[in-house]
Design a protein around this ligand. Sequence first.
Ligand code: ADP
Length: 160
Amino acid sequence: MKIAIYPGSFDPVTYGHLDIIERAAKLFDRLIVLVSINPVKPSTFSTEERVDFLRKSTSVIENIEIDSSSGLLIDYFKKKNADVIVKGLRAMSDFEYEFQMALINKDMYQKAETVFLSANSASMFLSSSAMKQIAMFGGDISAFVPDCIAKDIIKRLKIN
Ligand code: ADP
């Protein structure tokens, strides 16, 4: 049984993340999507909201678990006896940081292999932060997030 962990801030989840989630769920027996609580990177949405948005958006996927953690990814990886860390790669922007993290994680624990899935062309330039700016000004975010969470995102972010 191959267990993969897909970590990120998911602040909030977008179709870009969901594309990676759907593909990774097909590649591995079990996929844990991990909302990372990072004390030096403040988030717009609470951990509970980010977990809830992910649960609503992935309810049809059977071999998935949504969790959150405030500790080191590698400690969580060991605790779950996982096999792979999954990351998504967009255009050039993610490469250097993600490459560095993959090497650091492997240095800390040799068994920790990182697998990169390339973003699909439709969400290559999609980020949670760009989507949030559009929502803040009352723009249409239906191309970026599923309907089941779009209203809640707009309600929380729209100015006035
Ligand atoms: P961000 O806050 O930059 O949107 P996250 O920390 O939530 O990113 O991202 C978690 C993982 O998902 C990272 O591996 C990131 O590269 C990947 N990711 C984010 N957005 C996309 C996208 N549009 N397409 C593919 N992968 C993505």
